[in-house]
Design a protein around this ligand. Structure first.
Ligand SMILES: Cc1cc2nc3c(=O)[nH]c(=O)nc-3n(C[C@H](O)[C@H](O)[C@H](O)COP(=O)(O)OP(=O)(O)OC[C@H]3O[C@@H](n4cnc5c(N)ncnc54)[C@H](O)[C@@H]3O)c2cc1C
Length: 482
């Protein structure tokens, strides 16, 4: 792998300047602190840790407590051309916070403001709020954000902005793009930018979209204003089996796309991923499995369940109660299944998530499955975020075992390449909610065509010294992962 993917100027003077503007315990060059924040949660990074030779670490870590401190840090970094990579919960899965050529790690966890706006139905919080803790805090006041990513106990709220994330109840509450109202961002030059909390404005481009999914390449998000909802009165589930995944697709498409009922959760597991659950519950062998979740007022939930039930049965769905889905609800934050394979010195397991419109989604699914098949021993696919015009595809790949950990890494990266090439060819988007990082940056021009050049021009205009997380999205350096 190419290690010098960006220029980074760091020396004792820069560190001294940081010490002058920050409290003593907010700057560290200790190896233990630098190791703690030097990686995300992608399986290749895990392999490096497992091998005990993590190759890329930051030169120092800073923990600002205020927006003013973030601004001062970036002014010093910009003047000295020192790279800064923001770090939230470190749960990113696309190698988006790897210090290929060192730099400053700006850990956001001490940015913890909290202002509840009950009349405006929003909350304004510091970037570093852990999503699980924030949800608990909102629940204490009778509210929910409705944002439940599987990583909610490790990820931060600004991480959701930076990666354009999504939670498992997205069909009701929306993806983070829909939940986000306003932002405070410190630009690479140290200027502070605010967007307004109006519900909608026709006043030029919506600048929130410049930072949603920008993975720290255009600035550091310091505050987030997000929608809140009343905590729902009822939550219910129903489970169906379908003879084929295609039949399940048709049922979901008719419920979601033809606007017949509002679901909170949709999880359609293809015939292959369904095998274990079908077996455990003695459902029909070889069938696909669908979980539907409903939330809101009791009478509304019952009505939506009835409408969905009618549609599922009309598409050949067999009703199976709610137990399997309730078990999913209970286990949904548990990620130990994939780790079992990754723990093996010669194994690797990871998810890849893409999206496509309804007319292309089944083609993307089959194309990706076929492309990965020669390199994987297990491929699980489900569809868990559905929209009016299409949906996502979430693929969990356990690669064929290699001789050692290098082999496992190579095998996994080969799966990524085969899968994303197939996805692009079939008309899908290379990432639905994990982002691009350095893992998928090679596909950015396929994804955006000349839009990618526009993004690079914006990068040069906002970040003339290329100090903000340069290699992510391929905007300020190419990491050549794989
Ligand atoms: C087991 C597991 C389950 C997951 N489930 C989901 C899921 O259900 N839904 C989902 O969307 N994702 C999921 N993810 C992916 C990951 O949790 C998300 O990408 C999450 O939004 C990352 O947040 P974080 O705070 O951990 O960010 P980090 O990993 O710290 O950073 C991610 C990227 O954002 C940048 N960044 C972080 N903070 C800021 C900031 N304040 N300003 C600017 N840039 C910043 C970083 O530089 C990096 O490029 C999962 C990951 C794992 C490991």
């Amino acid at each position: 792998m190419n290690t010098k993917v960006y220029e980074n100027n760091i020396n004792e003077l820069v560190i001294e300047e940081m010490r002058k503007i920050l409290p003593q315990d907010a700057v560290s060059t200790k190896i233990v602190d630098r190791l703690a924040v030097c990686h995300g949660a992608f399986n290749v990074e895990y392999k490096w840790i497992q091998a005990g030779k993590y190759p890329y670490i930051p030169d120092l870590v800073v923990w600002p407590e205020t927006t003013e401190q973030v601004s001062e840090i970036l002014k010093i970094a910009n003047k000295n051309k020192t790279v800064v990579i923001p770090y939230g919960g470190g749960s990113g899965s696309v190698m988006g916070s790897v210090f290929f050529n060192g730099g400053i790690c700006l850990d956001t966890k001490k940015l913890t403001k909290f202002i509840l706006n009950e009349k405006g139905m929003s909350v304004t919080v510091g970037a570093g709020w852990n999503i699980g803790q924030l949800e608990d805090e909102l629940n204490r006041f009778g509210y929910t954000m409705g944002h439940f990513p599987q990583s909610m106990n490790s990820a931060t709220i600004a991480g959701s902005v930076a990666t354009s994330a999504i939670g498992t109840f997205s069909t009701k509450y929306g993806k983070f793009d829909d939940i986000l109202i306003a932002l405070e961002v410190v630009l690479p030059t140290g200027e502070v930018l605010y967007t307004k909390d109006s519900p909608k404005a026709s006043t030029g481009i919506n600048l929130n979209y410049l930072f949603l999914g920008s993975e720290g390449s255009y600035g550091i998000c310091t505050e987030v204003t997000a929608k809140i909802w009343l905590k729902p009165e009822a939550r219910k589930f129903s489970v169906y089996t379908f003879k084929t995944t295609h039949d399940g697709f048709e049922a979901v498409r008719k419920i979601v796309s033809l606007g017949q009922a509002t679901l909170a959760v949709v999880r359609l597991y293809d015939e292959y991923e369904s095998v274990f659950t079908i077996d455990a519950y003695k459902f029909e062998e070889g069938y696909a499995l669908l979980y539907l979740g409903f939330e809101g007022r009791k009478d509304q939930v019952d009505l939506e369940m009835n409408i969905s039930d009618e549609i599922c049965r009309a598409e050949g769905g067999l009703y199976k109660g709610d137990q399997a889905a309730k078990q999913w609800e209970k286990d949904r934050l548990d990620t130990s299944y994939g780790l079992g394979t990754t723990h093996l010195p010669n194994g690797a397991a990871e998810s890849l998530e893409v999206s496509a419109s309804w007319d292309k989604l089944e083609d993307v699914w089959l194309a990706m499955r076929n492309a990965i098949a020669p390199y994987a021993q297990i491929i699980h696919v489900h569809f868990s975020h559905m929209y009016h015009t299409g949906g996502n595809l979430y693929c969990i790949i356990h690669t064929i075992r290699g001789k050692n950990s290098e082999d496992a890494e190579k095998n996994f990266l080969k799966c990524v390449k085969k899968a994303l090439d197939a996805c692009v060819k079939a008309g899908g988007s290379i990432s639905h909610h994990h982002g691009v990082g350095t893992l998928k940056s090679k596909w950015m021009s396929d994804e955006h065509n000349n839009g990618f050049e526009v993004m690079k021009k914006i990068k040069r205009a906002i970040d003339p010294n290329n100090i903000m997380n340069p290699p992510v999205l391929g905007l300020g350096g190419e990491a050549n992962v794989g």
